[in-house]
Ligand binder design. Structure first.
Ligand SMILES: [Zn+2]
Length: 158
């Protein structure tokens, strides 16, 4: 079940819930190995789709492709988990689970990191950052964009 790409990173232990892959999400996860965020787009509707799937939820068309995303958005909703919702998240509490509205037009469920989780606010501008997974993939996470912009990440290097 290992996908092509870098070998398992021995220095990254599996200490968190790691999302499974499907045929539809494989390009998304493949790009994550290079810390590139790609979103699925419907070529008929010219709109982004998330999560990746086999057909456009709007027109049911199958003319889909993956395009790079800058990974910039705002917090739409936020929930702080004082206890781990999954045993593999133990030790990370409290942590922020958020719905992020990306500028690409899709809503993305993720974590907001690099900030006190209780300080995350609706409408807060955030930018993509990456957390390594144990199999060489990376998990998209989001961090606040500070007014000075000094917390630039390497995420948008495409
Ligand atoms: Zn469509």
């Amino acid at each position: 079940m290992s996908a092509p790409g870098p070998l398992r990173q021995p220095d990254v232990e599996r200490t968190r819930f790691e999302p499974p892959q499907s045929e539809a999400t494989r390009p998304f996860w493949a790009a994550s190995r290079d810390r590139r965020l790609v979103l699925q787009w419907c070529r008929t509707c010219e709109r982004a789709i998330h999560y990746p799937r086999d057909a456009c939820p709007r027109c049911l068309g199958e003319a889909l492709e993956f395009r790079p995303s800058p990974g910039v958005g705002t917090v739409y909703a936020i929930s702080v988990m004082p206890k781990p919702a999954n045993p593999l998240m133990a030790g990370r509490e409290p942590y922020a689970v958020a719905l992020i509205d990306l500028e690409d037009g899709v809503r993305f469920m993720s974590n907001v990191v690099g900030i006190d989780p209780y300080a995350v606010q609706v409408g807060m501008p955030v930018r993509l950052t990456w957390e390594p997974l144990s199999d060489g993939r990376h998990l998209p996470q989001f961090a606040p964009i500070s007014p000075g912009g000094e917390n630039e990440t390497s995420a948008e290097v495409a």
